[in-house]
Write a protein that binds this ligand. Structure first.
Ligand SMILES: *Cc1c(COP(=O)(O)O)cnc(C)c1O
Length: 442
């Protein structure tokens, strides 16, 4: 049914069902000022999350000494990558002209080595704060949060479970943070999760439960197990407002980095950002945060694998989480394991509908080429999922993208482009070598 409708619609819809790379421009985007008033998230939600992370910063500096140099804030560098810009022109025909290209390196975020260090850690901290306040371990928001590293606090958290279903990176983030506080951490992992991620968690005392099926199954079982236990908390990737708020904090931190780099963002200087998308929580939260700061001057695109474009399918059809990629005849299987999601978040699609500029899809084979290009040109390693972020730049010569730029009066010679690198730091050396040598047909 859905397949026939999409085929008849042609354009990006027909590309989607044929698993062809495509560019989709969102016809539902609205001026931010108008869209914002109807959103279920407010500036206040992002501000509260930022404040909570500041309260926890001294504790994080204690638990994870690698964050001490930033005062316990988990933040990643913004790096200009001019050699990659040049290679994208010479090797891929994507000419940015006078525009500047940056890599937002959430691939190097402390603790979890992926974008999940934002939302995942935030949600664990928020829940822990609630428990600790109720139990009297903290007297209030102005208490010394390093008290939560005491043996007494660890014994308290050891009486609680933290559970999550994951394709890999969310499990790493929740598992590592929960184990560090003393929780019994249980990560339910789908079949496509990498062995090294399971090993990494087990080495930290996290219980990893493996499933033969996909991500949806791991989440369903994890949720059911957790709901049956009053001392257990379940991080619900598909519906979590806390994850979303944690991701949104990225934007205010980025704003400082952009101004340090001498980048102006305004009506005459557009900012184009491409973020890899799985269920949508991470890119959605970041996009929302960016819109709060830059409004209509920022143009956010999501990137998804050609076999797992669940957010694009939901937006295009207006069915959101009421449709999955298998309904469109796609497999949901991809080498981009962080993006191997068949059904989008239960609420993020509706938030993105008036905010997002569009989506690009990317073939698995292209991810490895981009991974090598970045490694050779800049000496920076990111995982295959994260390479989807470059697809936004690659799509610039496409007819749909040129029309978008023209319709919106974008002067691309004065633009800044950000490829949001979502993961990579924890990939072990042996696995890196495999990725760097993988070649797939496009
Ligand atoms: C999780 C993840 C994403 C996307 O995040 P969602 O919240 O699932 O949309 C992108 N890249 C990597 C590497 C990830 O681990």
């Amino acid at each position: 049914m859905i397949r026939e409708q999409l085929a008849a619609a042609g354009g990006a819809a027909a590309d989607l069902i044929a698993a062809r790379e495509t560019v989709w421009i969102n016809p539902g985007r609205q001026p931010f000022a108008r869209a914002a008033s109807a959103l279920p998230f407010r500036r206040q939600d992002a501000a509260e999350a930022a404040a909570r992370l500041r309260r926890f910063a001294p504790l994080l500096a204690r638990l994870f000494p690698e964050t001490a140099s930033r005062g316990g804030l988990i933040e990643s560098p913004l790096t200009e990558i001019p050699r990659m810009k040049e290679r994208l022109r010479t090797d891929c025909g994507a000419d940015l002209g006078g525009g500047r290209l940056f890599l937002k390196r959430d691939s190097d975020l402390a603790v979890a080595g992926s974008v999940k260090a934002r939302g995942g850690i935030y949600e664990v901290l928020k829940h822990s704060e609630e428990l600790a306040l109720a139990a009297g371990l903290l007297s209030g928001y102005d208490d010394d949060y390093t008290r939560l590293a005491s043996p007494e606090a660890r014994r308290f958290f050891a009486g609680h479970k933290m559970q999550v279903g994951s394709t890999g990176n969310l499990g790493l983030s929740i598992g590592i943070m929960s184990a560090a506080l003393g929780y019994q951490a249980i990560v339910h992992m789908s079949a496509d999760a990498k062995q090294w991620k399971k090993d990494c968690l087990r080495a930290r005392g996290v219980t990893v439960v493996e499933y033969a099926g996909d991500y949806g199954q791991a989440v369903a079982r994890g949720r059911a197990d957790s709901d049956a236990d009053p001392a257990s908390y379940f991080v619900d990737d598909e519906n979590s407002r806390d994850l979303f708020a944690g991701y949104a904090v990225a934007a205010e931190r980025l704003a400082g980095q952009l101004s340090d780099a001498g980048v102006t963002v305004d009506g005459a200087h557009p900012l184009l950002v491409t973020i890899p998308c799985g269920v949508g929580g991470a890119p959605g939260g970041i996009a929302f945060g960016l819109k709060l700061i830059y409004g209509d001057s920022v143009h956010v695109f999501f990137a998804e694998p050609t076999q797992a474009p669940c957010m694009l399918l939901g937006l295009m059809t207006g069915l959101y989480d009421g449709v999955c990629v298998q309904d469109a005849g796609l497999t949901g299987r991809t080498h981009a394991d962080g993006l191997a999601v068949g059904r989008p978040s239960g609420f993020v699609g509706r938030i993105m509908a008036p905010l997002l500029s569009g989506e690009v899809t990317v073939a698995d084979g292209r991810l490895y080429g981009l991974l090598r290009l970045l490694w050779q040109s800049e000496g920076i390693f990111i995982e295959p999922s994260a390479c989807a972020a470059f697809r936004g730049v690659l799509a610039l010569p496409a007819e749909a993208m040129r029309r978008y730029a023209a319709d919106n009066g974008l002067d691309l010679d004065r633009a800044a482009h950000i490829a949001w690198a979502t993961g990579g730091a924890l990939v072990p050396p042996e696995q890196r070598r495999i990725f760097l040598n993988t070649r797939l047909p496009l």
